[in-house]
Design a protein around this ligand. Sequence first.
Ligand code: SF4
Length: 280
Amino acid sequence: MQVKLAEHRGFCFGVEDAIEIAEAAVRDRGAGNVIALGPVIHNPQVVEKLEREGLDQSGSLETIEPGRSVLIRSHGARPETYEQAVARGLNVVDATCILVKKAQDAVKQLHDEGYRVVMIGDPDHPEVKGVVGYAPDVIIIDENSDLDAVLPFRERLGVVAQTTHSPEFAAEMMRRILVRPFREVKIINTLCLEVVHRQEAAVKLCGEVDVMFVIGGRHSANTREMVRLCIEQGAPTHHVETWDDVEPSMYAGCTVAGVTAGASTPEWIIADFVRRLEGV
Ligand code: SF4
């Protein structure tokens, strides 16, 4: 099989930083003394590697003993999480991505300026759950929301989006807002360019290959968004975590395959995948 790799793929700087911060904390404080509030990133293979190195990722604030360290993962956390951690006598190690922090700051800024804040995002995603904690009563909307029911009438709206959304998706959601009679709408662009570059490269590759493989965790929002975009291009597309997920029927009759990977997929998984795909 001829394999073409997307120009932009795999680890972003936010994920690299989060892993480095987690590994350094475990080295400094000892295995078992640093507890993350859930998986550091949405990639099971990296999560397992960090567990082997001594990072506990199953923690909740209530169960961590005073004196130990709590790791805030790349998706960030609500302000109360920091306050509760300090009140319980925990050391806080913050691995929040700087772009997620910017989204948190944007929500606070819009609220302080008098806007009713709206976040375009998945209400179940940890980044969104954290970001909406930076202002009271933030309204979360996604493609299934009934905007007439959830948006206040004629208020001043301040809008941000989950960092991993595509510009196309965010723009479509903005269109749906703007056809309604709001007096004023202020947008702060919180989309992550690392994600946008990966999305654009994946879409470009779709036109050059018979089949697309998108490597990334099942719960990785940016991976799932790339899969959606590739399918939208009409490319037969498979979301896989590793080579173990591949069935021969996925590439039957194909001569050129495209490979890309989400922002939380390490290079060693991509390299192993490409080597095996080239061998079929
Ligand atoms: S995808 Fe973007 S926002 Fe998310 S961790 Fe990476 S750099 Fe940060």
